[in-house]
Design a binder for this molecule. Structure first.
Ligand code: DGJ
Length: 483
């Protein structure tokens, strides 16, 4: 036995020697104990140095600003990976054998079909009722949930009514330092045109909400109203207005809204333009058009730092995206257009920029059903754009494969925390579209991308885009102090 132990020990020593030989790190080699502790202390010192340096000052655009360590730790909190157990789907109930004969065997029910089926437990899990609401009337705002985002729960405005701003986008008005959230007001009955037809709601109009903290939102009313009687108008109630986005034109002093305009069957496939002298409207509807002579469905606007604005839209029956600059007054398009993400069948574009690189989050095309998001990156808005992977992080596999059961609509930069954004998405409820929910989550640019197609000296060219799942989260205190 003793011999056996001594053989084993000899073996271990040999192994250790071999490992030492192979180690590429100098402090692991002979006499390494001292060097290892030096290396460790150097690391500790460096970490402390970086921490205190960031604590004292941070230089942004040549200005010195103070950053409280709490802000940093809360910012890190946003990136914490919050795991969820896998869903246990309720077992399928036994079917009447006659029904099996008549309709054939039932297709296996997936998490997504359960999610869409309003009679399932999964559906009610993702659409909790009004007993769980976020955002309180101003007079009650001392609750412990104040300031916390609860993705998927009913979100109330400052009057205590559920926010109606679906497929929306946010415009920050630098003049009044106010955020405006524009989106589809879907507060009406949901119709299914024919059997299996796309669920729809009569146009009510584009709603607008204002906020200084991105959490409590005041209803500013319908800023572009649907038409009740004029059947030839684009905004006639049986048509479709989706994904309105607003930008400001500094040359004309006008607020300009672009939106997806369609008929009830999604055949018109156009974009509409409206203008206003005030962010809270009313907006005057100008016209609709097929951009660059092409069909256009899901769309977004992106205004670059140089003031040039771009329209990005799904085209050729959602097979590709098109991108092109707007005219200087933002009321039309120049003749320039590039086809991007060719044959990738994407929709729901949301574009943002970080350190000179353009990023975009898109969804697949599956109607109101959720699917896997994809992040893309480009050196120019006009492309070429490359896929850099599924941005969803945390939760569980199903949540990551369904973008947390939601579809993106906008990405809002948090100027106080460079590289941090809010990913805004809709959790559509096609059985009752007015009850669709908002899923807002922290988005971070940093780290190496998952699916980089381009390499520079062996290193991927793009940073990773991550959207972190949280059941409940808040913005770091003082998040807007920088700019
Ligand atoms: C998916 C789009 O992203 C939504 O805006 C809406 O058009 C639905 N399709 C309609 O099915």
């Amino acid at each position: 036995m003793a011999r056996l132990f001594s053989e084993v020990n000899k073996g271990r020593v040999r192994m250790r020697r071999i490992r030492r030989k192979l180690s590429p790190f100098p402090f692991n080699n002979a006499g390494g104990r001292f060097s290892l502790s030096v290396a460790l202390w150097t690391c500790v010192f460096l970490i402390m140095f970086i921490y205190f340096f960031t604590y004292i000052t941070k230089r942004t655009n040549g200005r010195l600003i103070h950053v409280h360590p709490n802000h940093l730790s809360v910012a890190y909190e946003l990136e914490e990976i919050e795991e969820e157990p896998d869903f246990r789907l309720p077992s399928a109930h036994k079917r009447n054998p006659r029904a099996v004969k008549r309709r054939g065997p039932k297709k296996p029910s997936t998490a997504i079909s359960k999610f869409l089926d309003e009679s399932s437990e999964i559906h009610s899990m993702f659409f909790p009722d009004r007993s769980l609401t976020v955002g309180l009337k101003v007079e009650n705002s001392s609750s412990s949930s104040t300031g916390y985002f609860y993705p998927g729960q009913i979100w109330l405005d400052t009057d205590g009514n559920p926010i109606q701003a679906h497929g929306g986008g946010i415009f920050f008005d630098a003049r009044s330092e106010t955020y405006y959230w524009y989106g589809e007001n879907k507060d009406g009955a949901t119709y299914h045109a024919q059997h299996k037809g796309t669920a729809r709601v009569d146009i009510i109009g584009v709603g607008c909400y204002s906020s200084n903290d991105l959490w409590s939102w005041k209803n500013e009313g319908i800023v572009l109203r649907g038409k009740e009687r004029n059947m030839t108008h684009d905004l006639y109630k049986t048509n479709v207005v989706e994904r309105p986005k607003v930008i400001f034109n500094a040359k004309t002093n006008q607020y300009v809204m672009w939106m997806h305009i369609d008929d009830g069957n999604y055949n018109k496939a156009s974009v509409g333009v409206a203008i206003s002298n005030s962010p809270t409207g009313p907006f005057t509807y100008l016209y609709s058009m097929r951009p660059h002579g092409s069909d256009s469905r899901d769309m977004t606007l992106f205004k670059d730092d140089d003031g040039i604005a771009y329209l990005i839209y799904s085209s050729r029956e959602n097979i590709d995206f098109h991108v092109g600059p707007l005219t200087e007054d933002y009321l039309g398009l120049t003749g320039v257009m590039k086809r991007i993400l060719v044959r990738q069948h994407r929709e729901a574009p949301a574009v943002f920029k970080h350190r000179g690189t353009y990023y975009m989050i898109t969804s697949g095309c599956s109607g109101w059903a959720p699917n896997r998001a994809m992040a893309h990156a480009a050196a120019s808005v006009m492309g070429p754009w490359e896929n850099i992977g599924n941005p969803s992080v945390g939760g569980n596999r199903v949540l990551r494969l369904t973008t947390f059961f939601s579809q993106g609509t906008f990405v809002l930069p948090l100027p106080g925390i460079p590289g941090s954004f809010i990913f805004m998405a809709d959790r559509w409820n096609p059985s009752d579209l007015r009850d669709s929910r908002y899923v807002w989550l922290p988005l971070k640019v940093g780290g190496l991308a998952d699916e980089p197609m381009d390499y520079t000296f062996g290193f991927p060219l793009w940073s990773r885009v991550s959207i972190f799942w949280h059941k409940r989260w808040r913005l770091p205190e003082g998040w807007k102090n920088v700019n």
